[in-house]
Design a protein around this ligand. Structure first.
Ligand code: NAP
Length: 346
């Protein structure tokens, strides 16, 4: 099956509309990783026509980028690398930091780990409320002028924050949480992106594995796996989401002869100028890539899917638990003001 592609302004290569997500390949917050299997998964993605590889320094604190660099050795030209900047962990705690100084330091580390001389898409991982958009945008524009990056993206930004950023810098893409179960961007980011010519990289395409259709009530997670703390994977919601997955799977099988996984990825591709970021850390995770390609959901499908979601999920919840805190602003001793950034991030 031919891969569907999209253009991201600034990147000369046609970009696959399915991108490989490498958060779990970093191991951290996913109960560890098997590097040999991760390398095989990245190579399998390239074989399957997935040229977009999305990663970030924070994924395993450099480990995911190292593994991407290792897997792409000798085939760098076949890949479009998207990585990120603007999170820092000076004392082991992850905090937002979109200062020019942080970005300047991070790009060199990423280029070295990824074994490349340029990043195709460089994204601000989370908006930093302590840094003016102008400072971040100018730092990224300079990297573009130097040829170290080809295109600029942001992640987890609202349309208002993107407007602020675009007063100084040029944006080509936005990365946001988006899947059948997490649809907040439909009210803001998605229409804004469509109007503004931005490509939307939809992250968590399988809702952290729920929409793979391979989980059941007995599925458990080990070590530091973030799904232990994810409210969707805890009762009473876990049962509701699993029952929605079963209903969607029946529908996909009966009407399209496909699985819920293919339906979930197809659904993202049919929502606008989107790329589905599919997290995979074993080559077998990518067996079903072709099943998501070369067909479309019609109005009747979309309506029925919404009905099934409403029938089965009575306590919906978003992915907000994943947001990392900002750095603390020093408060005058007498003010007694507690910064909301003191919330511990897992
Ligand atoms: P995801 O794509 O929704 O789910 C990934 C997980 O689903 C895999 O690790 C695997 O779980 C399971 N899975 C995938 N294919 C499968 C298959 N065929 N059969 C059975 N299980 C399968 O979640 P995600 O990795 O969180 O999101 C995708 C990517 O988006 C990330 O890797 C990252 O690149 C990006 N992202 C960005 C942000 C941001 O703030 N910008 C935030 C989150 C994610 P197991 O490995 O446990 O089997």
């Amino acid at each position: 099956m031919n891969m569907e592609t999209i253009t991201i302004e600034g990147i000369p290569t046609a970009v696959s509309r399915i991108g490989l997500g490498t958060w779990a390949i970093g191991g951290w917050m996913w109960g560890g990783a098997d590097d040999a299997s991760s390398v095989a998964a990245i190579r399998k993605a390239i074989e399957r026509g997935i040229n977009l590889i999305d990663t970030a320094p924070v994924y395993g604190f450099g480990h995911a980028e190292e593994i991407v660099g290792q897997a792409l050795k000798g085939i760098r030209g076949q890949a479009v690398i998207a990585t990120k900047a603007a999170l820092a962990w000076p004392d082991g705690k992850v905090r937002r930091n979109a200062t020019a100084g942080r970005i300047r330091a991070e790009i060199e580390d990423s280029l070295r780990r990824l074994r490349t001389d340029h990043i195709d898409l460089y994204q601000v991982h989370w908006p930093d409320p302590l840094v003016p958009h102008e400072e971040t945008a100018l730092a990224l524009e300079k990297l573009k002028q130097e040829g170290k990056i080809l295109a600029i993206g942001v992640s987890n930004y609202s349309s208002r924050q993107m407007e602020g950023f675009r007063r100084t810098g040029h944006l080509a893409a936005v990365q946001s949480p988006y899947n059948l179960f997490e649809r907040a961007i439909e009210d803001d980011v998605l229409p804004y992106a469509a109007r503004s010519g931005l490509v939307v990289l939809a992250y968590g395409a399988l809702c952290r594995g729920l929409l793979s259709g391979r989980m059941d009530a007995h599925t458990t997670f080990t070590g530091d796996d973030l799904r232990k703390a994810d409210p969707k994977f805890r009762e009473p919601r876990f049962r509701q989401y699993l029952s929605a997955v079963r209903a969607l799977d029946r529908y996909a099988q009966e009407r399209h002869g496909r699985t819920v996984l293919a339906l979930a990825v197809r659904w993202i591709l049919d929502q606008g100028p989107t790329i589905a970021l599919w997290g995979a850390r074993r080559p077998e995770h990518l067996e079903d890539v072709d099943a998501a390609l070369g067909w479309r959901l019609d109005e009747q499908d979309l309506q029925r899917i919404d009905e099934l979601l409403a029938e089965h999920i009575t306590d919906p919840i978003g992915p907000e638990f994943m947001a990392p805190p900002a750095r603390q602003i020093a408060q005058p001793a007498a003010s007694g003001v507690e910064s909301s950034s003191r919330v511990a991030w897992p």
